[in-house]
Design a protein around this ligand. Structure first.
Ligand SMILES: [Zn+2]
Length: 242
């Protein structure tokens, strides 16, 4: 079941207002996603928080990495952000943590969340590639009888658009991109083509995540209002301070 985040529902006047209003977990997840983006991985980040909102562990996608922290997966199709967070959480602890991630979890990560010490998942960007893959109640009577992991997402705001957008910089291949175009992402993919053609990607990797959010704010605003609309051209926009 999808629900809308109350935090994400309020319109924000600026990228700075949105970013400064985020809790520690959202900021940690997006910092990780941005590190993944800048290091040539799929731009997804995640973290787990306890009941007090304290980050227990944060990590990121490492599919393209050749090394990584002990206990995490890298250089593999399985090296997703959520799995790398969950892999570091102690076995046998109560299912009380909240998993915050920048993109709707895939099939693998949804299953890992189901097995992990997690009571709820929050995600920013929608991902039509994996929509519906969290619904394990359809798989077996036992799963149907167990309480599901609560879900909060996708965020309907600019941060949700940002979560999806940055993950799409990865070259998914023609068939996957055709699927995404037919599922509401033609505007996002067109924007990425323009950013690449304009040489903006190399500028983005020099920014911090909150700077990138501010830089892309007009496009994210347009996407949050109309997800499948072609956002305004970014030709000529420059990051603050060059
Ligand atoms: Zn995943």
């Amino acid at each position: 079941m999808t629900s809308r985040s109350a935090e994400g529902a309020a319109p924000q006047a600026s990228a700075e207002a949105l970013w400064s209003g985020l809790d520690e977990a959202w900021q940690a997840a997006f910092r990780q996603a941005w590190e993944a983006f800048c290091s040539g991985n799929i731009a997804v980040g995640a973290c787990a928080t306890d009941a007090a909102g304290t980050v227990v562990h944060a990590s990121r996608n490492r599919v393209a990495d050749r090394d990584g922290p002990r206990g995490e997966i890298f250089g593999s199709a399985l090296a997703h952000a959520e799995v790398n967070v969950l892999a570091r959480l102690r076995f046998g602890q109560a299912r009380e943590l909240v998993l915050t991630t920048t993109l709707e979890p895939c099939l693998q990560c949804s299953a890992a969340i189901r097995l992990g010490p997690v009571s709820a998942v929050r995600f920013a960007g929608a991902d039509p590639l994996w929509a519906g893959c969290h619904d394990f109640g359809r798989l077996s009577p036992r799963e149907a009888a167990r309480p599901p992991v609560e879900r909060d997402g996708p965020r309907p705001d600019e941060l949700g658009a940002f979560g999806t957008l940055i993950a799409r910089f990865w070259h998914h291949g023609a068939r996957t991109e055709a699927f995404l175009r037919s599922h509401g992402e033609s505007g996002i993919l067109a924007l990425i083509e323009r950013l690449r053609a304009g040489g903006i990607t190399s500028k983005l990797v020099e920014m911090e995540v909150d700077q990138a959010l501010a830089f892309l704010w007009p496009e994210l605003r347009a996407m949050a209002r109309a997800p499948d609309a072609s956002p305004p051209t970014v030709a000529g926009i420059q990051p603050a301070g060059g």
